[in-house]
Design a protein. Sequence first.
Length: 267
Amino acid sequence: EQPKENPQPAPRRIFQERQRITGLPLYFQGYLSVRRSRCQFFHFQHFGGILLFFYDDKKAPTYSQKLDISTLTSATNVYPDENGSAQFILMLSNGELELKANDCECGKEWKGFILTVTKLSLPPAESLLPGQLTRMHEVLEKEKKRRITLNNCCSTSPNRKNPPSTALTTMPVCFYAVSRQEATEMLQKNPSCGNLILRPGSDSKNYAITVRHELDAPRLKHYKVMSKGTSYVIELERQVTLPSLQDVVSYFVTQTRGNLKPFVIQT
């Protein structure tokens, strides 16, 4: 009798798990290579948004690396190399990012989606197919709605001073510039939108996480997130230090095996 194979996770389930862990909409996927500065090439499966997430293989739910491209200023044309692959370079405020796709068509599609999300406008057609342009237009509308929602939530507390480095394009999607009480009310009134909110701390210098656990009865908890240099420290029984606020959100999601989900207002 042959041993039974373990069931493999369905692609849709993997995609949903990745969205849950990143806390961001994942607009595009495929294979891509990346080289930054003069570092070696790395090959990963690649999802794209304002942050580019890298995965070690098709079935990995948790990303192994990510790159922030919110400071994109421009991009070169897609050009073929001697091996039949295609390359283009993203010009960021802190350096260049060289990307390589399987071929020119894939490269142009990657470049198109990246420009659409970072610039909030459709890129020049440059030989893109009608179907590709249609998908980019759909992504553009989704991202515009997401930014408007985030802006509206941040403007609900105009007198509250936000902590530093709260650029809308780099903050987790579940960040809202609200008080502890306002976060509590948002979670209580909108249970279908998620159960984890990242918000400014009471001192306006640090951050806090508010969560609503669904155990025997709903229970709200608040956690301090201290900004220490370029890192963030979660005040738990044993402190946890992470490199970014997105990693802070991902930590809560993964540690609860997905029971905590980033709060996103549905439009």
